[in-house]
Design a protein around this ligand. Structure first.
Ligand code: PDD
Length: 283
């Protein structure tokens, strides 16, 4: 078995990694996480992910056990040790292990864990041709900008979508379309790319940021506002983005066909630009 886990200062094989049953991540979801893609053995947008990791930890008053430089070095060492080329690195920190009390324990050491795995390129290649999505009520808390381990509403939404044959669940909240269970969503209307603004209703996706930058470079107008549900149904194009899947065209929303069931030109253009950027930054 390869060394593919880092746990509290130690690199080890997965079966050697043990966490206490009193860990607050296990008991309360008291922690935050990141997912980082690697291509050809290089981590894509590592600094951006580490900045968000630090912001998320600060958002729940958790002091990270290492500096950003130390975490970056650990990520790279783990990736090298595992021999992973095209894959993902999962990283999480919890407040640590202590007898169960809701309030923070007076003495506790954070648990930090990273795990690397190869990804199934073929699976994602298929999805890049387009998927269908289901809208669901956004029943999450008011701090969706924190990448917290508390993902139960996201898990239930995704399961609801998958059990009905949809790939992703799209959250609808008071201001409109917020994001998806594990991605940010965009519509194209009147040739403009529209997506929810940063704030407490969405996770500020690293891929979302790249998409907006690429669209700017291509001269495609972008607008940051919450799309309305009826706009989603009538959009010229719909797509979503996240670290693992990159940019995925949406071909139907709640059974309403988008762009005659084909990925739109803007989506295809952004997919192509994204691939070029990855090639430049990781080769
Ligand atoms: N999720 N919104 C939510 C709720 C997410 O969970 C994610 C990513 C995103 C996109 O963020 P980024 O582009 O930085 O990956 C938006 C990861 C992939 C996950 O939970 O596995």
């Amino acid at each position: 078995m390869p060394v593919n886990v880092f746990l509290n200062g130690r690199y080890c094989e997965e079966h050697e990694a043990m966490v206490s049953v009193d860990d607050r991540g296990f008991l309360f979801g008291d922690g935050v996480y990141e997912v980082i893609r690697c291509y050809r053995g290089a981590l894509f947008k590592l600094q951006e992910h580490l900045s968000r990791f630090a912001r998320s930890a600060a958002g729940i008053d958790l002091v990270l056990p290492y500096s950003a430089e130390e975490i970056a070095a650990i990520c790279k060492t783990l990736l090298d040790k595992s021999g992973t080329k095209n894959g993902m690195l999962y990283m999480q920190v919890t407040r640590g292990s202590a007898p169960r009390t809701h309030e923070f324990p007076s003495v506790v050491t954070p648990t930090i864990m990273m795990k690397v795995r190869e990804i199934d390129e073929q699976f994602f290649r298929e999805k890049k041709k387009g998927v269908s999505v289901l809208t669901v009520p956004d029943e999450r808390w008011e701090h969706c900008d924190i990448k917290s381990l508390n993902l139960l509403p996201n898990v239930l939404a995704k399961q609801k979508a998958r059990s009905q044959g949809f790939h992703e669940a799209v959250f609808i909240h008071e201001p409109g379309v917020t994001e998806c269970a594990s991605s940010n969503i965009f519509i194209v209307t009147g040739g403009t790319v529209v997506t929810a603004p940063e704030g407490n209703r969405i996770l500020s996706g690293i891929t979302r940021e790249v998409v907006l930058k690429l669209a700017g470079e291509a001269g495609i107008p972008c607008e940051l506002r919450y799309p309305q549900k009826n706009e989603l149904y009538k959009a010229e194009e719909v797509f979503f983005s996240n670290t693992v899947e990159e940019i995925i065209p949406v071909l139907a929303v709640d059974g309403n066909v988008i762009n005659q069931g084909k990925p739109g030109n803007i989506t295809l253009r952004l997919q192509e630009m994204f691939k070029k950027l990855v090639d430049i930054e990781t080769s």
